[in-house]
Design a protein around this ligand. Structure first.
Ligand code: GDP
Length: 199
């Protein structure tokens, strides 16, 4: 069934993180990876998540709820924005870490990776962190319209040893809509299972 998506809570501080019981899937990625575009594409609405002209602008954790499924998509602040102060980066780290390590309803994290580049350190670190925490990963290669078929195969091969076995990436484009239905299907599969990791 087609899902609508609405922003329910925005948390800037760890104390503001809500304790929802419904299944949650986090969306993580470097700033500028195309996360806002992906949320808007999933929602079928242009302006649900702000598309930031200044990378690194969004510092909050945004809880979007899908209906009728009840699933939460949790937009984490984009990482890797060099111009942030050390203090800001520390705050960011604590907020994300607290969310990822302290949310029993978290079923998986969609790790957004720019499909145009070979594996970058910060993305590898995030994948490693998630695996250490035992959090399932849905790898999502963004901006896939800018990446030819053979390049996509290369990305898949490069990432294979860096992700949990049998991780099946989704190639996604906000421009063409590629991967939209597939990603919804993958996200919603976590509302049907009983908590066992799939990816
Ligand atoms: P965020 O910082 O991760 O939220 O990234 P945005 O969604 O704001 O996108 C960053 C930039 O990448 C913007 O200029 C977007 O227009 C562009 N972009 C995002 N998704 C796509 C995509 O699927 N294809 C193309 N060609 N550009 C994209």
């Amino acid at each position: 069934m087609r899902q609508s998506l609405n922003l329910v809570v925005t948390a800037y501080e760890t104390q503001q993180l809500p304790a929802f019981d419904e299944p949650q899937i986090a969306l993580a990625g470097r700033s500028n990876v195309g996360k806002s575009t992906l949320i808007n594409t999933l929602a079928g609405r242009r302006k649900l998540a702000k598309i930031s002209s200044t990378p690194g602008k969004t510092r909050s954790v945004n809880f979007f709820q899908a209906q009728p499924s009840g699933l939460y998509l949790v937009d984490l602040p984009g990482y890797g924005y060099a111009r942030r102060s050390k203090k800001e980066r520390g705050h960011w780290g604590r907020l994300i870490e607290r969310y990822l390590s302290n949310t029993p309803a978290l079923r998986a994290t969609a790790l957004l990776i720019d499909s145009r580049h070979p594996p970058q350190t910060l993305d590898r670190d995030m994948a490693g962190f998630l695996m250490n925490q035992g959090i399932a990963i849905i790898p999502v290669f963004t901006k896939a319209d800018k990446c030819k078929q053979n390049e996509r195969a290369v990305r898949k091969r490069e990432w294979q040893p860096l992700l949990p076995p049998d991780s099946n990436p989704v190639f996604f484009s906000g421009k063409t809509g590629l991967g939209r239905e597939e990603l919804w299907e993958r996200l919603l599969s976590y509302t049907r299972e009983t908590g066992e990791a799939q990816d």
